[in-house]
Design a protein around this ligand. Sequence first.
Ligand code: COA
Length: 390
Amino acid sequence: MKIGIDKIGFYTPHIYVDMNKLAVARNVEPEKFTIGIGQDKMAVPPITQDSVTLGANAALEIIDQADKEAIDFVIFGTETGIDHSKSGAVYIHHLLGLKPNARCVEVKHACYGATAGIQMAKGHVALNPESKVLVIGSDIARYGLNTGGESTQGAGAVALLISANPRIMTLENNSVSLTADIMDFWRPLYSDKALVDGKFSNEQYISFFQKVWEKYKEETGMDLEDFEAMCYHLPYTKMGLKAMRTVLEDASEEVQERLKEHYRVSTLYNRNVGNIYTGSLYLSLLSLLELNDDIKAGSRIGMFSYGSGAVGEFFSGILEENYKEHLLVKEHKDLFESRKEVTVEEYEQIFEKTLPTDGSNIELDINEDSATICLSGLTDDMRQYVNKMR
Ligand code: COA
C-alpha cells in the first residue's frame, strides 16, 4: 500500500521585517543576512498568533468535509507549545471542527517533531488504511533582540495530510535515524527564548547529515544520482547548502548542477519566512514542489530532518502523477503578496509585547490580525481562541 502526503497547507503571519533593514539597524552588512545567512524577510508573529493558531490556520486551508470525517489522529509537532501539560493538538482539533473520535497528541523534539509525527502517521495508516492523519509542524522561532540568532527567527506552520494512496508524494520506507545527547540548542522551561551554541549546532547538523546519508547509501545502494532533489531542514537557507556541499563532489557535474538548482528553488519560501523550526523542512519541500517547473512525477526527493539535541533522519518520497494539481500554488502566492512590512522599531515593539505570566487576564484586538484563527486573550490562565469563520 502506498502511504504519503495527500495535501499540504501552509500559514505564516501577515507581517514581516526586511532583513536588509534589520542588518542596518544591527550595524552589520546586509549581505551577511541576505547572502551569508540567506534570508530576505523574517515573518513577525503578532501577539494574536501562537503555535496553535499558526498550525490551525495552516490546516484550515486543506481540510474539507471528507477529511473531517476521516481524520482520526492529529499529531502536533512543535517546540514552542503553549502549555506544559495540555496538547496543542486538542485546541486545533476543536478549532477545525474535527470528529470527536480522534486521537490528539503533541510531539516534541526540537525541529524534528513533525518528522516523528509523519513516521507515526505512516504506521497508523498502514494499520488503518481508511484513516487520515493530520500532522502539523508549527513554531515561533525566538532568540531575542540583538542576539546572534536574531537573523534566523521566523514564524509559521505547515500542515500535512497523511493517507493511503496520496496525491502528492508517496513516502518510501527506507529511512535512517541518528540520536546523540548533545547541547547545541535548547530552551529551559523558564524561558521563551532559545539558547544556542550557533557554531556547534552548524557543525553537528552537518555531521548528522553526513552520517545518516552514508548509512542510507550503504543500506539502500542508492546514490546522489537517484535523487532529483534534496530538501533540508532550514534554520536559515545557507545551512542545508553547507551540508549538501560536503557530499556533492561524489556526483557528476550534471547531477551536482541539478541538485544545486533544485536546492535553490527549495529555499525560496524559507528565505521569505525565516526559521519555523518543526515546519522548516516541509516548507522547503513545499517551496520545491510549488515553484519548480521541471520536476516530473516519479521523481525521488530526499529529505534531511534535524532536531537539535539531537535527532537526525534521512528519508525519501516519490512524486505522484499530477502532484502539482493538488498544491495550493496561487493561495500561497497570494499569502506572500498580501503581507505587510513593519519597520525594525515596530518589530521590536511586537517582539517585546508578550502575554502576562502572573495569572492576570488580557483581551487582545484580533481585528489587527488578518488570520482566520486568532488568540483573543487569556482568562484565568486559559487561552481563548477564535475562528472568525464560525
Ligand atoms: N557578505 C556575505 N557573507 C557574509 C558577510 C558579507 N558581508 N559577512 C558575513 N558573511 C557570512 C560569513 O562568512 C558566514 O558564512 P559561512 O557560514 O558560509 O562561512 C555567514 O555570513 C554567517 O556569518 P557568521 O560570522 O558565522 O555569523 P554569526 O556568528 O552571526 O552566526 C549563526 C551565524 C547561524 C550561527 C547564528 O545566526 C545562530 O546562532 N543561529 C541560530 C542557530 C542555528 O540556526 N543553528 C543551525 C543548526 S539547527
